[in-house]
Write a protein that binds this ligand. Structure first.
Ligand code: ATP
Length: 234
């Protein structure tokens, strides 16, 4: 593995009295593409949100680039090079595609991503730049959401269920962009319901089950049976 960029160690996290993650550990090397799989409610979104500082950590540590993130607010994590494409996209619906992208670039770190660079990766957005984002298809909106996150020039991009609710052909077009995103050295963590897709794109996979890591490793090392057991717990 390359030097560790993100190190989650023994993480406990949850909401109010409810604990969603139990002693969860995960390492992401610089330049790696990691997929996190698991059934509904397994804790995938909670993990990404905890990494971004949006869910309270009760135990364990999250370190980024060798530094403990305890007490570091979300905006500071973004400034340090972490970016999340949230589940459900969360675009500003009345703002144009261009404006949504510009908001992503507000206070940006120096780096490769500009609006022309985003359009080079997602050419379907070019004719839509002046359109309100609410008028776009789901796939187009997802491309804007990814582009908006890239505009901050993150070193680590967390993608939460990019494919949710989209037709397979649209999902394929979005995932086609991944190599171009990774190309600049960007590290990527995808949460993905589609196991085949996850195994296809990832250097390593983590499967979560009821808030714990139930299986991890490079796709070539994981049998279908082992994945099924880790995914469903049966
Ligand atoms: P999904 O594919 O459904 O998004 P997931 O693996 O991302 O699933 P999480 O969304 O992280 O799972 O949810 C983990 C657990 O935490 C679930 O039991 C869920 O009901 C609970 N949970 C998630 N968000 C909240 C919240 N805001 N308040 C209380 N409980 C929550």
């Amino acid at each position: 593995m390359t030097p560790t960029l993100l190190d989650v160690a023994d993480l406990d996290a949850g909401y109010g009295d409810f604990q969603a993650l139990y002693g969860l550990s995960l390492q992401v090397g610089a330049g790696e593409t990691i997929a996190i799989i698991g059934a509904n409610g397994a804790g995938k979104t909670t993990l990404l949100r905890a990494v971004m500082g949006q869910v309270r950590v009760r135990g364990g540590t999250i370190s980024y680039d060798g530094e403990d993130l305890s007490g570091v607010p979300t905006h500071d994590r973004v400034r340090r090079g972490m970016g999340l494409v949230p589940e459900g996209r969360r675009l500003f619906p009345s703002l144009s595609v261009e404006e949504n992208l510009m908001i992503g670039g507000y206070g940006r770190r120096p780096g490769r991503w500009t609006i022309p660079e985003v359009l080079a990766v997602f050419p379907m957005l070019q004719p839509l730049l002046k359109r309100a984002s609410s008028t776009l298809s789901g796939g187009e909106q997802q491309a804007v959401a990814i582009g908006r996150t890239l505009m901050a020039n993150p070193d680590l991009v967390l993608l939460d269920e990019v494919s949710l609710g989209l037709a397979p052909v649209v999902v394929h077009r979005l995932y086609e962009a991944l190599p171009q995103i990774v190309d600049g050295g960007t590290t990527v963590v995808v949460v993905e319901q589609d196991i085949t897709l996850a195994l296809d794109v990832a250097d390593r996979v983590y499967c979560l089950l009821e808030g714990r890591v139930s299986l991890s490793g490079p796709p070539v090392d994981l049998t279908r049976d082992a994945i099924t057991t880790a995914y469903f717990g049966v």
